[in-house]
Design a protein around this ligand. Sequence first.
Ligand code: URA
Length: 228
Amino acid sequence: MIRLDKYLSDCGLGTRKEVKKLIREGIVKVNGEVIVTSSFVFDETSEVSVEDEIIPYQKYVYIMLHKPAGYISATESREANVLDLIEEYYKGLYPVGRLDKDTEGLLLITNDGPLGHQLLSPKKHVEKEYIVQVNHPLSEMDLKQFADGIQWKDESFLPAKVFQSDTTEYHVIIQEGKFHQIKRMFQALDNEVVYLKRIRMKNLILDDSLEIGQYRFLTDEEIEDLKR
Ligand code: URA
């Protein structure tokens, strides 16, 4: 059994305060009947709808977004942000970590706070893989620096794995998520990132059938793998 406000906020429709407002507006139905009381208790298997759109119960919502350039990784902003790309019912979600405005690729969007914490914790060393196009090819010395860990100004970056995929294109795997990390690592080697796309976070791989700007819900298997 579950309260109506908890049901809707678990499903990513907003904070408790936001969903209470939806309920008061009289647009929420349980088994076809309009319910205006947030404390209404019912069985999770009942049919719940908002403006006649059925909202199946899920404890948390997990979305894989193929982020386009031009959107910032925030929940509220004057500029276009990644949540603008997600259906407007999903107000209670946030991106796990940030991609720069000009970076494309995999962004996980959820309301599962514990999982988000775990994936971002510096202690967990969660791998992130990027396709990076740069100004000029890396030298043997540059590759050694990536493997040893780069020191730059008063910052130090842990060792990263680098594989060349074209003359000036590399796959770079890092285990941290520092501000502008990839760009700064290349800058430290007097190079410049001209294109950046994230394709993996831990074992979650960007679905290449997703067009830029599209999203889909994670499968149960992907969710389990991320939690492992
Ligand atoms: N590193 C960067 O420099 N930018 C990103 O968006 C992600 C990693």
